[in-house]
Ligand binder design. Structure first.
Ligand code: PMP
Ligand code: GLU
Length: 394
């Protein structure tokens, strides 16, 4: 049959994280004993006080359309959170609540990019950045980093990637997929370069800010000269284990917020009302209420590093945040293991899925084809079993 779909969707790739999770689910349903380490999703239950707030919201009949950019008291809670955790002052007219940080990112791309505008993406980058940018007719410009610089972009690399067409730079810290955390000094180094190019805007994706084992998360909007050109993206999926509740938000220049509000008003309207009310409870709570999850991720990170460290051929950085390890497995390329030739990271991830029944994600999806991503948002028992299986098949 003739393909009647738009060029836009035909040229878009399927989200590799979601595709791998779907494949793992399918194999599980067929009765295979799959351990899913592909999806970045906390395996904890949502804290009870957040559930209670949602139940109350239902009883209080929060059932109508909300303001497109979010309830005013939620935006106030977000403003307070930005002040408390990030030292950032955003007025309510600078904040937009959306259906997940994914929508926040899509809003930004759609309101900021024109045909051919370049967006610098230090690679590895989160899987959806590049397709979201392309959807908005932008051009992703990948800046490859490696394990040697802890997968962080240097100021020299940034400078070299800038052209007259550069409009934005998008990055996450803590980083999905590498777990790397930019220090204040490293962000200052990038800011020094950006100061020379006042027309470049920054998307700072801070959705993992609390899952940070070195402490001291730094927002680039807080570095001198960067506030007016940064859009800070965050959400409740990771820190509060609220992935399915779909709440993300931005703080940024008022003109950007106004444009996102206008765009969202034609696409989805306000985010789910009940989830917005629950988010107020989440954001108003002290960080100590979620410390148990952060401590648990820290323990699991150490466990996974220890177990993977025992497998010859895995080259590992020490991720300081998020809940992923991103080992360089290129030493296996060109080798035949138990009859299977491994040519690249996708072959490797497929081999682990088929032979060890462990689902991971190829680094290719994140702009680095020497690595695979392993999510350790799984129980200690599953992680031990998964690492033992990987070791056995290699
Ligand atoms: N940014 C990063 C870096 C992520 O890992 C995720 C995870 N899904 C998102 C954005 C989107 O989060 P959500 O849409 O669930 O808020
Ligand atoms: N952010 C998570 C991940 O990277 C969730 C999946 C997704 O939204 O793509 O696995």
């Amino acid at each position: 049959m003739k393909n009647h779909l738009s060029d836009r969707i035909n040229s878009m790739s399927t989200s590799a994280t979601l595709a791998m999770a779907a494949k793992a689910r399918e194999l599980k349903n067929e009765g295979k004993d799959i351990i899913g380490l592909s999806l970045g999703e906390p395996d904890f239950n949502i804290p009870d006080f957040i559930k209670e707030a949602a139940k109350e919201a239902i009883d209080q009949n929060y059932s109508s359309y909300s303001p497109v950019d979010g309830y005013a008291d939620l935006k106030q809670a977000i403003a307070n959170k930005f002040k408390r955790d990030n030292g950032l002052t955003y007025g309510l007219n600078q904040i937009v609540v959306s259906t997940g940080a994914k929508q926040s990112l899509a809003n930004i791309a759609m309101v900021m990019l024109n045909d051919g505008d370049e967006v610098i993406l230090p690679a590895p980058y989160w899987v959806s950045y590049s397709d979201i940018v392309k959807l908005a007719q932008g051009v992703p410009v990948e800046v490859p980093t490696s394990i040697d610089t802890d997968f962080k972009m240097t100021p020299e690399q940034l400078e070299k990637a800038i052209t007259p067409k550069t409009k934005m730079m998008w990055f996450s810290s803590p980083c999905n997929p590498s777990g790397s955390v930019y220090s204040k000094e490293e962000l200052e180094g990038l800011a020094e370069v950006l100061k020379k190019h006042p027309n470049i805007f920054i998307v700072s994706d801070e959705i993992y800010e609390h899952i940070n084992f070195r402490g001291g998360h730094v927002s680039i909007a807080n570095i001198e000269g960067m506030y007016d050109r940064t859009i800070t993206v965050n959400g409740v999926s990771k820190a509060f284990a609220m992935t399915g509740w779909r709440i993300g938000y931005i703080g940024g220049p008022e003109w950007v917020a106004r444009a996102c509000n206008k765009f969202q008003g034609q696409i989805t309207s306000g985010a789910n009302a009940i989830a917005q009310r629950a988010t107020i409870a989440a954001l108003n709570a002290p960080i100590s209420s979620i410390q148990f999850m952060i401590d648990e991720f820290h323990k699991r990170r150490d466990l996974v590093l220890e177990l993977l460290g025992e497998i010859k051929g895995f080259n590992l950085n020490v991720p300081e945040g998020a809940f992923y390890v991103f080992p360089d497995i290129s030493s296996f390329f060109g080798k035949t293991i138990n009859g299977t030739l491994i040519n690249n990271a996708s072959d490797f991830a497929l081999y682990l899925l088929e032979k060890a029944n462990v689902a991971t994600v190829t680094g290719e999806a994140f702009g680095n084809d020497n690595c695979i991503r392993i999510s350790y948002a799984a129980s200690e028992k599953e992680l031990r079993e998964a690492m033992a299986r990987i070791k056995a098949v290699l």
